[in-house]
Design a protein around this ligand. Structure first.
Ligand code: ZN
Length: 290
């Protein structure tokens, strides 16, 4: 569907696009224009209001909601990512202050979500005051917020230094609570465990049947869809086709089993030792939301 085309991009795309602009030999004035265009494109993709109004507005034309685009026909749920954004920026700041160097998105998200990784131990980042403060946010949600922050220039990625995250002048407004960050729920799924979120997910599940998941009950369908959303993020991030991560049939088997431990995942067709190691914890986390 045309509507889906808007949503097919990931954090790495935004990083790459910004880098291409920054590293181009063009003059600073032209670069500013290109950055503005990228922001406009992203805000169009993430927009929850009429797409036609946005698009025409971009070309300087006033209009009223068209009643025909995906947003007019099915107004999306909007998720307020401001709190998550402030916590992310604050974590980036504190980690930099403590260690004197910057870190990448994965490590920052781990700290905020309170994951006691080897890296966190090694750098003593478990003692940072925001450690675990964002345990309620999923990785998908936090990636959506990071993407938005990078797209709007409130956060920078140092591509010369292992894609580490750096605060910018624009970070300040978000940290001070002067700028808000709104995201579509279809981009970044609702917080785990919220009753409304669950009801909405089940509604989505009924609306988008998949042959591999046809035999699943409503809860299984919801897990299946969440697993597919997670797989899309991982595939995008590593620039791999989704089926290389897991086939639909494997995701359906996982959804049916509703695994709570790594042992529960063993024996499912399509999950070998390597995939269990690489994705097991993530899969359990996704399933634990239901
Ligand atoms: Zn519209």
């Amino acid at each position: 569907a045309p509507a889906d085309a808007w949503m097919v991009y990931g954090l790495q795309d935004v990083v790459n696009q910004r880098r291409m602009i920054d590293e181009s030999p063009a003059g600073e004035e032209f670069k500013q224009v290109m950055r503005g265009k990228l922001d406009a494109l992203l805000s169009l993709a993430e927009a929850s209001d009429c797409r036609r109004v946005r698009l025409l507005g971009y070309f300087g034309e006033q209009s009223t909601p068209c009643g025909n685009c995906d947003n007019c026909l099915n107004p999306p749920q909007v998720w307020d990512g401001t709190d998550a954004a402030r916590k992310l920026l604050s974590t980036i700041y504190r980690v930099q202050q403590q260690s004197g160097i910057s870190f990448g998105a994965g490590h920052i998200m781990d700290i905020l979500r309170g994951k006691a990784t080897e890296k966190a131990k090694q750098f003593g980042h478990e003692s940072i005051s925001t450690f675990g403060l964002g345990a309620e946010f999923s990785e998908v949600q936090l990636r959506g917020v990071l993407r938005q922050l990078i797209a709007t220039g409130a956060l920078a990625v140092d591509t010369e230094a292992f894609n580490t995250l750096k605060l910018t002048e624009g970070s300040r407004a978000v940290l001070r609570g002067e700028a808000s960050v709104a995201l579509r729920e279809s981009v970044s799924s609702p917080a785990a465990g919220s009753r409304n979120g669950k009801a909405r997910r089940e509604k989505t599940a009924r609306g988008a049947p998949s042959p591999a998941a046809a035999a699943l009950d409503a809860a299984g369908q919801a897990r299946f869809n969440a697993l597919k959303a997670w797989r899309a993020e991982v595939a995008k991030e590593h620039n791999l086709p989704a089926y290389v991560i897991f086939h639909d049939a494997t995701l359906a088997s996982i959804a049916e089993r509703a695994p709570a431990t790594l042992e529960d995942l063993q024996g499912i067709s399509g999950i070998g030792t390597k995939k269990l190691e690489a994705y097991g914890a993530d899969v359990l986390r996704v399933c634990s939301s239901f």
